[in-house]
Design a protein around this ligand. Structure first.
Ligand code: DGJ
Length: 737
């Protein structure tokens, strides 16, 4: 044997089994080799014949295929799984034992692959739930300890994807963002090394980064073409997604390939998990998405999947809400609220939501952020006739009624804190660290879970007229530690808190199925598919400035559906940025998702109120298609002075387009807007809606019927001539007689 013989360096695998997990256009191909390792052979477009692809030997001879789950000591790549076993051994080597394939219905197939450690009684189940039509694979892992004692999970991933593609030019898009500037898009070329997206807030999932990414394999991503792999992590707590770009370490020189491993975990820092004998741990779910038609298709996949499987009542358009926060803050009484309801009725709105400030009594009255959190009884000094009176008044006006809660939190100035100081998150001997004057209740404690559930349930039971809850969460963990968890299990806090939260969400959903739930966390701090499963919508941001909202909503639209994105029109100058924008622009921006209002109607002039009435009517015309239609993004605010997007209904008879001008410069060239997705063989009547009184249309073809084919190839001529000009244009199928 020559010294550089391939066989010296790398094993040749004899493949025993191929396991293919398929959707409409994608395939994840795994193989079990003779040595019983589970290997990842392919993720990408569907293969005509996976068996021949793998068996040609072109892949396997003389090169190492990556293990599907890289265990410390049992894998040559960076380990995503690291365990100390009951006998204190620190290495793990997983081998395949069996797999089952379960057909759930015509769209869904679940594949479960079971592995075990070669030496220890540790069982690992890899779950892959494929949604064919949506090109989504939901992936998670279950660890079961059958060893003779406690094991410690130091690191584990929900899912690990190894892709080896010699010609790849990976560009990764992430959604960086902080309070009031959520989901800013950034795209970067992945170079060798490790890139990590991470969030360590404990209670929040989507400040810092939203837990999602897009990975274009062929250079910079494009909206309409090219291969894009995407992932979203369904977890409402801390998380980490690693992109480890390296090479096949065991492969022979002549066949070494670049290897990208993407892994997602809920374990960040100090989150070791001890599993007692006989116990198991299920990881959060990772939502894997595939497109060979650019990022636009990725978004439509996520939206369709989530509306059908991962969002409550994903097919019923949401009511138009007026939320009291920016209009009144803590400063209201019954008259103020009823006046707001009257204004909402005039506007044509459908639901009044009472935000923060309605609870806590006497010295603990919630009249500011300093007191009351935890005391979920109505403040009778402020609202002498209770919530029942407000609900009755709303009912008389044909308005639904909703209410704000922040039940995971407590102010030190509260009855609850006086009674249960031991319920807050902190290390026993350390001081409380306040943030927004509040502390986090320790949801790893079942007593606290019960209390939090009862706080909300009591109010709902006593007031069956409440049909909406805004569930807020305004701080993250500090002073990490639990006064409930044992000394040895302090590091369980991160995982157990979120599981405790989910158990409360689950009971609320089960026992109050008709109540609409909005997830809010200082704005967009909990926008993830873990929380959305229990909610109807999310509050996208505390920033209601329509110009910044264009960017925030654009970012979020890549992953989350418009029906769930609550956008409220607020007063000018805007409370957050101080900017003044036209009322029409503010409406046109908010109408591209779930429209609502965040103002005191009496602060509007008669002319503005008239416009609002018409705008709400316009929204009702398009609400169905915005809520359930397919999103086609046309012009990015990141790449131009415009932002243009559209929603197309399923049968392609109706499209609504939103166009915004973000920056006005002399000599600026007007875009021609080419439509996407519509049927080339249909004709469409073009009509601009939501114009101000006597305002001429922005569209030169307004009122004209055009063929789908011309709209796709020639496009629409738009005139957005002024700063913050905007247009909402409908295209309705025109049937010729
Ligand atoms: C933060 C939320 O994001 C706001 O909308 C509002 O509900 C406040 N909390 C109330 O304290």
């Amino acid at each position: 044997m020559k010294l550089n013989d391939k066989a010296i360096y790398s094993p040749e695998y004899n493949i025993e089994k191929i396991i293919t997990i398929e959707t409409k256009t994608a395939a994840l191909v795994l193989a079990v080799c003779q040595e019983k390792s589970l290997l990842t052979c392919h993720f990408g477009g569907k293969l005509d014949n996976p068996e021949s692809y793998i068996a040609t030997g072109k892949i396997l001879k003389g090169e190492e295929l990556p293990k599907s789950i890289s265990a410390f000591g049992g894998s040559e790549h960076n380990a995503t799984l690291r365990i100390t076993h009951a006998d204190q051994m620190i290495s793990t080597e997983l081998i395949y034992t069996t797999h089952v394939i379960k057909k759930i219905d015509n769209n869904r197939v679940e594949t479960i692959i079971t592995l075990k450690d070669k030496l220890h009684h540790l069982h690992v189940e890899l779950h892959y739930l494929a949604y064919a039509a949506e090109d989504i694979i939901e992936c998670w892992t279950v660890f079961e300890n059958n060893e003779a004692g406690v094991i410690t999970l130091h690191d584990y991933a929900s899912f690990e994807l190894a892709i080896s593609n010699q010609t790849a030019d990976y560009h990764m898009t992430s959604f960086f963002g902080l309070w009031e500037r959520e989901a800013s898009i950034q795209e970067e070329k992945l170079t060798f090394g490790i890139k990590t997206l991470e969030n360590n807030f404990g209670t929040w999932s989507s400040f810092g980064f939203n837990p999602a990414f897009l990975l274009s394999t062929e250079g910079k991503s494009h909206e309409d073409f090219g291969e894009v792999i995407s992932g979203a992590y369904a977890w409402t707590g801390s998380w980490k997604i690693d992109f480890n770009y390296n090479f096949n370490k065991l492969a022979h020189d002549s066949v070494q390939r670049q290897l990208l491993t993407v892994s997602a975990t809920n374990q960040t820092v100090a989150a070791d998990y001890h599993l007692n004998q006989g116990k198991s741990l299920t990881t959060p779910k990772f939502i894997l998405n595939y497109s060979n038609q650019g990022t636009g298709k990725i978004s439509r996949n996520f939206h369709q999947w989530s509306r059908q499987y991962n969002l409550r009542d994903g097919d019923s358009p949401r009511p138009i809400v007026l939320n009291s926060w920016e209009g009144a803050h803590f400063d209201y009484n019954e008259d103020v609220l009823i006046d707001m309801m009257d204004g909402l009725v005039k506007m044509g709105g459908e639901m009044f939501v009472l935000d923060d400030g309605w609870f806590g009594e006497n010295e603990f009255a919630r009249d500011s952020i300093y007191s009351g959190l935890g005391d979920w009884q109505v403040n009778r000094s402020k609202l002498p006739n209770g919530l029942e009176y407000l609900i009755e008044q709303a009912g008389k006006r044909d308005l639904a009624f909703g209410i704000w809660f922040e039940p995971e939190m407590v102010n030190p100035n509260s009855e609850l804190f006086k009674q249960h100081p031991e319920w807050v998150i902190k290390q026993p001997e350390r001081d409380n660290i306040l943030y927004r004057q509040q502390l986090v209740l320790d949801l790893s404690n079942p007593l606290v879970q019960e209390h939090v559930y009862q706080s909300v349930a009591n109010i709902l039971e006593q007031h069956p007229g409440i049909s909406y809850i805004k569930w807020d969460c305004n701080r993250s963990f500090t002073n990490f530690g639990s006064q409930f968890l044992s000394k040895n299990n302090q590091s369980h806090l991160w995982y157990d808190y979120v599981q405790g939260l989910y158990s409360v969400y689950h009971r609320i959903e089960k026992n109050f199925p008709k109540v609409i739930l909005q997830v809010c966390a200082s704005g967009g701090g909990r926008i993830d598919f873990g929380s959305l499963k229990y909610h109807h919508e999310f509050w996208a941001s505390d920033n209601t400035d329509a110009l910044q909202r264009v960017y925030i909503q654009w970012g979020l639209s890549h992953i989350y559906p418009a029906i769930a994105c609550a956008n409220h029109v607020s007063i000018c100058p805007n409370h957050q940025t101080g900017r003044t924008l036209p009322l029409k622009f503010r409406f046109d921006v908010a109408m591209s998702g779930r429209l609502g209002l965040e103002l005191k109607p009496s602060d509007l002039s008669e002319t503005s109120l008239n416009f609002v009435q018409e705008a709400v009517k316009s929204y009702k015309l398009i609400r169905e298609v915005v809520s359930k239609g397919d999103l086609y993004r046309i012009m990015s605010p990141y790449a131009s002075d415009y932002s243009i997007l559209s929603y197309l209904c399923e049968k392609k008879q109706k499209l609504v387009m939103f166009a915004y001008k973000l920056n006005h410069l002399l000599g600026q060239l007007m875009p021609t807007v080419k439509l996407k997705g519509i049927s080339p063989s249909k004709s469409y009547l073009i009509e601009e809606i939501n114009l101000r009184n006597n305002q001429p249309s922005h569209c030169l073809q307004n009122g004209v019927v055009m063929s789908g084919s011309d709209l796709i190839s020639k496009g629409l001529r738009l005139n957005l001539n002024e700063e913050y000009d905007s247009a909402v244009i409908t295209f309705i199928e025109h049937l010729r007689d």
